[in-house]
Design a protein. Structure first.
Length: 68
């Protein structure tokens, strides 16, 4: 059985969003591009902000538990 693919490292560069013909285009690192409806883009943005807040708390908790 082949080994599972390696997980790529997290991105440190933000994507760039633009509005084109009533749609939202998100250009990400390494040529990643996603086109969304305004509603999908709004919900994605809200989900990203929520997840980022949780991830920041997780990092802070980990740093505290490691004595940093």
């Amino acid at each position: 059985m082949p080994a599972p693919p390696a997980v790529p490292p997290p991105q440190t560069k933000a994507g760039i969003a633009s509005a084109e013909d009533g749609l939202v285009v998100l250009d990400g690192p390494d040529g990643v591009a996603v086109t969304m409806t305004p509603d999908a883009a709004t919900r994605t943005g809200q989900n990203l902000i929520s997840a980022a807040e949780i991830a920041e708390r997780q990092r802070a908790d980990k740093d505290r538990s490691e004595g940093q």
